[in-house]
Write a protein that binds this ligand. Sequence first.
Ligand SMILES: Nc1nc2c(ncn2[C@@H]2O[C@H](COP(=O)(O)OP(=O)(O)OP(=O)(O)O)[C@@H](O)[C@H]2O)c(=O)[nH]1
Length: 411
Amino acid sequence: MNKVLVVEDSLTVRKILSKLLEDNPYLTPILCKDFAEATQELKKGHDFLAAIVDLNLPDAPNGESVDLSLSYSIPTLVLTGNFDEFTRAQLLDLGVLDYITKESRYSYNQVIKLIDRLRKNLTTKVLVVEDSVTSRNYICSLLKKFQFQIYEASDGLEALNLLAEHQDIRMVISDHRMPNMDGYELIKAIRHERRMQDLIFIGLSGTNDGVLSSKFIKSGANDFLSKPFYHEEFFCRVMQNLEAQEMIQTIRQSANIDPLTQVYNRRYLIEQGEEILAEDTSTSAVTVCMIDIDNFKSVNDNQGHKAGDMLLQEFATLLKEHFSEDLVVRYGGEEFTVISTRALKEHLGNVSQFINLVRSSRFTQHELNITCSIGICAEKHTDLETQIDIADKRLYQAKRTGKDRIIASDS
Ligand SMILES: Nc1nc2c(ncn2[C@@H]2O[C@H](COP(=O)(O)OP(=O)(O)OP(=O)(O)O)[C@@H](O)[C@H]2O)c(=O)[nH]1
């Protein structure tokens, strides 16, 4: 749990912030009503994710609470009753993250959004590509303030090596003019392998070259910034690109996951077909299992549709746990698909264990005793659809010949 220090004399504001922070399952507020209480709290040595500090407190009228929080190297957001551009610029130069006016609930929501961003940044990896050490250090110091995990490269080639080594880097911020490989060549190389929604690329350039920005964007950069930039503009771009990426991921996730069972859906299986078959090599073949719960309709008829839903959920969980190395898909209704690239003998053993596991398990609050039928296709085919069709035919053969069995060949 991430602790957030709130130093605020107004009881109403403390209550609002406390409620908003508590609504976020990852944040815990530590509330202080004045400078003296904050000093005591900080002496206890907590590890704070961030501090929200009122600029003017009765016992600290000149922003002393901001200095206090910064002296403990805590990322600090300043709250104030009145907007004052001069004070704002001074505070940003001092190193506070943002200066926010207590105007409305919207302002408080912005504060919480920024703090949640800091929490996510702790595990967000950013690669800075820049040959000038001074400029690179400056960009890194800005990113560090916002808690990112930072990697550094001095040219495009070094950047490509780091990206190959750390596949989970989410954002690249790259200069254009660099030795060995420039920023423009770098983005072209990156986009051969990584899509815009998987890896964010923000191009930078010192020249006032309008053509360069469009060249960057046309080659797949998500955004472009001209140097010198004001650090607020830099952060707005960084944050907005991360948020857009997260939104796309959420949409993709909900399009690919079956809402009832939380396993992948058929759409995802069809989309992934080619990639799955690409894993099909002489040493690891793709095996398709079609698995169907026997007499499922009778559960709906006897125990009700809700119990039927619960059975599907529990069955899917069992599949996910048992076939943890494989791809589990709800193909439709009470039919599931398991795609495996494990060694065939080992996988077939695992499938037998599963049918036994289902026989010996009890499902839902009704303690239902169920069985399932399984059709398998382990023969190589040029497309996944043919393998699914064959496995499906064998599944129905299993149903016709008495259910509760595995059929893995046509003989
Ligand atoms: N509760 C629930 N029922 C569903 C869902 N999707 C499909 N069904 C029901 O699943 C039942 C499947 O019935 P059948 O195709 O006859 O299959 P079965 O009873 O398992 O018979 P066999 O496959 O021959 O063993 C149908 O009554 C569907 O309405 C769902 O998401 N929730």
